[in-house]
Design a protein around this ligand. Structure first.
Ligand SMILES: *Cc1c(COP(=O)(O)O)cnc(C)c1O
Length: 411
């Protein structure tokens, strides 16, 4: 397949492995399980180790199956390179492990996936200060910046309350100040939105969610979009400054996070994720349409207290979501009016499954305050806008009429 033609999103993913030649005619990238890679010439082994020529050496730092997936994600995000990790949290943790030092400061959105929130609390106990601010307004980010701020971290559409960060203005601010802008694109996926378009330097994807898409493999990735000038980043060690500056960030991340901490993606998981990614666009079209239909129906029902979905005109960031995203995502959340117990409601459903994953082909529902946000306590939940009756819905690809009947029938 030609490198030059501007193929569409799905065509590009489906045929990407062929750009580098297919192995033995195998149209699916083979699952390479070998932990080590041998060379007939010991000098070649040395030169691979010294980075003088490309090649694989030991499975923790990558193998051909994982490398093919990394290349696919790079193309999806229109980036310069990608590193895969065992999980999405492995990818976010890598930012801390490889790029932050004692005394550094991070400004993070306060509307975050629960485990990311917990990760930043951990980091705060290890010498890196983190401030949480309402990222729906760039003014809050700007007010929190200090001379020690190295990273600004936001999610596109926050899980579970669906607040949308002031993505473009934050990007502009970070560019002006030379700060690394890290955007977690899990909820939008590169099909709905490319954070590179708003100046993000690093993009996080939990591959476990919509990209893998079938709830059968864990994975995460960090993509360097090429938008950040690593010359401005003070924490790059001299040994990773040998190649062109565009390579510095990923070189340090691959060595200091992937190699040293070892949250490496397994080749079988990489295979599942790569197969799932082939239908990302098709699944997103369907789940976004289903999510909009469900959100509209629930909003019109007087037994429902609130519905949070960027596709609704009532959503505070509906305008910027329309501007930035191809569609509004497969996740929404809602609160029932007092008198309807959220557990009883979920138990009456016959299609939607009570479970904690998202981005699956099946519709999954979860009472947020009692499960994924339980550990953080009521006070922090309240500050994040999480009501005790909040139900998060990860919408699947079921037939729309069946889902509408299930959510209405259970009321
Ligand atoms: C799930 C999720 C993660 C973490 O991904 P895992 O693969 O479960 O580790 C990070 N960010 C967001 C927005 C998520 O939804």
């Amino acid at each position: 397949m030609s490198d030059k033609k501007n193929y569409g999103f799905t065509t590009t993913i489906l045929h990407n492995d062929r750009r580098k030649g297919i192995e033995h005619g195998s149209l699916h990238k083979p699952v390479h399980t070998s932990v080590t890679f041998a060379y007939n010439d010991a000098r070649q082994l040395a030169s691979v180790f010294q980075g003088k020529e490309p090649g694989f050496r030991y499975g923790r730092q990558g193998n051909p199956t994982i490398s093919a997936l990394e290349d696919k994600i790079t193309r999806m995000e229109d980036g310069v390179g990608t590193i895969c990790f065992a999980t999405g949290m492995g990818a976010i943790g890598a930012v801390f492990q490889a790029l932050l030092r004692e005394g550094d400061h991070v400004v993070s959105s306060s509307f975050l996936f629960g485990n990311t929130n917990s990760l930043w609390q951990t980091v705060a106990g290890q010498g890196v200060a983190v401030d949480f601010v309402d990222a729906t307004d760039v003014a809050n980010i700007e007010a929190a910046l200090t001379p020690a701020t190295r990273v600004v971290f936001v999610e596109t559409i926050a899980n579970p309350r669906t607040q949308v960060a002031d993505l473009a203005r934050i990007g502009k601010l970070c560019e002006e100040r030379g700060i690394l802008y890290v955007v977690d694109n899990t909820m939008t996926t590169p099909y709905l939105f490319r954070p590179k378009a708003v100046g993000a330097g690093l993009v996080v994807n939990s591959l476990t969610k919509s990209i893998g898409g079938h709830g059968n493999a864990l994975g995460g990735s960090l993509t360097d979009t090429g938008a950040y000038d690593w010359n401005k980043y003070p924490n790059i060690a001299a040994s990773y400054q040998r190649a062109a500056p565009a390579q510095w960030g990923l070189a340090q991340l691959r060595a200091k996070a992937l190699r040293d901490f070892g949250a490496s993606l397994g080749p079988e998981a990489a295979h599942h994720i790569a197969v799932g990614a082939e239908t990302l666009a098709l699944r997103m079209e369907r789940t976004c349409a289903n999510a909009l239909a469900l959100a509209r129906m629930l909003e019109a029902d007087e037994r429902v207290a609130a519905v949070y979905y960027p596709g609704l005109a009532s959503h505070p960031q509906h305008g910027i979501s329309t501007e930035l995203f191809k569609s509004y995502g497969s996740l929404f959340s809602f609160e029932l009016k007092e008198g309807i117990d959220c557990f009883d409601y979920l138990n009456r459903m016959t299609i939607a499954v009570s479970a904690s994953n998202l981005g699956d082909t099946r519709t999954l529902v979860i009472p947020v305050a009692h499960t994924i946000f339980f550990e953080m306590g009521a006070e922090r939940r309240a500050s994040m806008g999480i009501a005790e009756s909040l139900i998060r819905v990860s919408v699947g690809i079921e037939d729309t009429a069946d889902l509408l009947a299930d959510f209405k029938g259970a009321l």
